[in-house]
Write a protein that binds this ligand. Structure first.
Ligand SMILES: NC(=O)C1=CN([C@@H]2O[C@H](COP(=O)(O)OP(=O)(O)OC[C@H]3O[C@@H](n4cnc5c(N)ncnc54)[C@H](O)[C@@H]3O)[C@@H](O)[C@H]2O)[C@@H](O)CC1
Ligand SMILES: [K+]
Length: 492
């Protein structure tokens, strides 16, 4: 599990640890880790050209000390000082005594960047506010346009460490070397898209850190969550998922939701709705009926809404499922009907004894919160939390990094496996069935949502192939068994 902490928590942990260590020890740990990653990226420091972009704070200090280490190993190192009067003095002295040079001329800096093998971004770290400013902007652009590898110190300068927002220009890194713990912005888009490959350098903060603000599951975490049948399992004990999805207009959504559901761990899938004929034709193992959810027989969870349409029967299906005493996943048209139930948002769900999992994309989340879609996309972390609290439900916010938040606080899970190839019609229907199936097999809404997003992303990557190619949602569903095997195989 990768964990990310807020700037406030990182600073508090650093202060507690620093009080027990000699002065400068933490920065030396950070710089040593940074220099080691840089040397690895370069394939050895000797004879290489390294340019440090150095701002006014300790982030620049890390870059200067790492630059001194690289210079001692034979790299030609030049620091471009963006605030020459404020650059970290001891770091500057260390660089100079190791044979490194400095310049305060931004134009000369841009020229150096264009000819560099490696650019180290020490402009700002966790002390940064807003996008890049002044001379940092053309330098960051020159770095992006050069052939140099760009290594960001702690986080790419210009991105917001806590929110993942990118308010203006930011450095585009190939590699980010972060210290002590991840920062939420390294796991959450849009900022995460600027970070490249992230290396965590352990500087000893662990014992002083509280619980994380954001988590990203890894194979072993997901393997531990996935339900595996034992000797005493039967199809009912494994859990039965009810799917109320699709309509005469969108029968395919029902088929795709069932396709996802058959790969989520439930022992059986019941379908209730007007696409029963299409579902049974494609998946003869499904138990189908054409009535409302409450007439379909006993289930352990419902997945409601994909392709359900806008007419009254879809609203009735949602109300019916919510009136049950089992967990309910609400997606797509179901979310629209949820919004339109006419009762206060919380009221629609408050009386339930079992969990609710909402799975909106940014546009649906915006509609549920009455805000602009762009606001949700720019500050996804804030909005997934707000939506979970407003509706008293667990929320899976789909997108470039899918986020899952439970109501009432606690860490948000950021899914690391997504790929842009998943943005294809029907992909969300497969996810609904998959997450619903995991709910039916007994996982909490939080775990079901995050494990489903993880498997769905892996399946998407497999379907796209190593070089990347488009696929249809039915092919995505077809890759789910292989995604399970990837995850379970890595845990053994
Ligand atoms: N505190 C510690 O013990 C450690 C800190 N470390 C480093 O220290 C960093 C934090 O250092 P600081 O608190 O000095 O802060 P930063 O170095 O992140 O930046 C602060 C300075 O940047 C300026 N600034 C803010 N936003 C800007 C923007 N958008 N464009 C240009 N300049 C901007 C501010 O005026 C401020 O002076 C971490 O990110 C990490 O790299 C590491 O050395 C590990 C140990
Ligand atoms: K930085």
């Amino acid at each position: 599990m990768r964990s990310a902490h807020t700037v406030h928590d990182v600073r508090a942990a650093e202060a507690a640890l620093m009080a027990r260590l000699p002065e400068g020890a933490l920065m030396q740990r950070a710089a040593a880790g940074l220099a080691a990653v840089c040397a690895g990226v370069l394939g050895g420091a000797y004879g290489t050209r390294v340019v440090l972009l150095v701002g006014s704070g300790a982030n620049g200090g890390d870059a200067l000390y790492a630059g001194a280490r690289l210079a001692r190993r034979g790299a030609s190192v030049t620091a471009v000082l963006l605030s020459p009067g404020k650059a970290y003095p001891d770091g500057l002295a260390a660089l100079r005594s190791a044979g490194g040079r400095t310049t305060a001329d931004p134009a000369a800096g841009e020229e150096l960047v264009r000819r560099a093998d490696l650019v180290v971004d020490g402009i700002v770290g966790i002390g940064g506010r807003g996008g890049l400013r002044g001379a940092a902007v053309p330098l960051a652009r020159a770095a992006a346009g050069s052939g140099a590898a760009v290594v960001a110190v702690d986080l790419p300068s210009g991105v917001d460490a806590d929110t993942g927002e990118v308010a203006g220009e930011a450095v585009r890194a190939d590699v980010t070397v972060t210290f002590g713990t991840h920062k939420p912005g390294l796991l959450v888009d849009p900022a995460a898209g600027f970070a490249g490959t992230v290396h965590l350098v352990d500087i000893g903060l662990g014992p002083d850190l509280p619980g994380p603000a954001v988590q990203a599951l890894q194979h072993a975490d997901v393997a531990a969550l996935l339900p595996v049948p034992g000797a005493r399992s039967d199809k009912y004990r494994r859990g039965v998922l009810g799917v109320a999805a699709g309509s005469a207009r969108y029968p395919g959504a029902a088929v795709l939701a069932v396709a996802g559901a058959l790969h989520g761990g439930a022992g059986a899938v019941r379908y209730a709705g007007s696409a029963a004929r299409e579902v049974i034709a494609r998946f003869p193992e499904t138990l189908v009926s054409t009535g409302r959810p409450s007439q379909a027989g006993r289930v352990q969870a419902w997945a409601v809404g994909p392709g359900a349409g806008e007419d009254a029967s879809a609203r009735v299906a949602l109300e019916d499922a919510l009136a049950s005493d089992v967990p309910v996943l609400v997606d797509a048209d179901g979310l629209r009907h949820l919004k339109g139930l006419g009762r206060p948002a919380r009221g629609a769900l408050a009386g339930r004894t079992a969990e609710v999992l909402l799975t909106p994309h940014a546009g649906e989340a915006a509609a549920l919160l009455d805000v602009a879609r762009e606001d949700v996309e720019a500050r996804r972390l804030e909005h997934v939390r707000r939506l979970a609290d407003a509706y008293g439900a667990t929320v899976l916010l789909k997108g470039s990094t899918t986020l899952v938040a439970a109501p009432g606080g606690g860490p948000v899970r950021a899914n690391p496996t997504g790929t842009g190839w998943l943005a294809t019609a029907g992909s969300g229907d497969v996810l609904s069935g998959l997450a619903g199936s995991l709910l039916a097999s007994g996982l909490s809404a939080f775990d079901a949502g995050s494990a489903a997003a993880y498997l769905h992303g892996l399946a998407g990557r497999r379907a796209a192939g190593r070089d990347g190619a488009p696929f249809g949602a039915h092919e995505l569903a077809g890759e789910l068994p292989a995604a399970w095997r990837d995850v379970r195989g890595a845990a053994h």
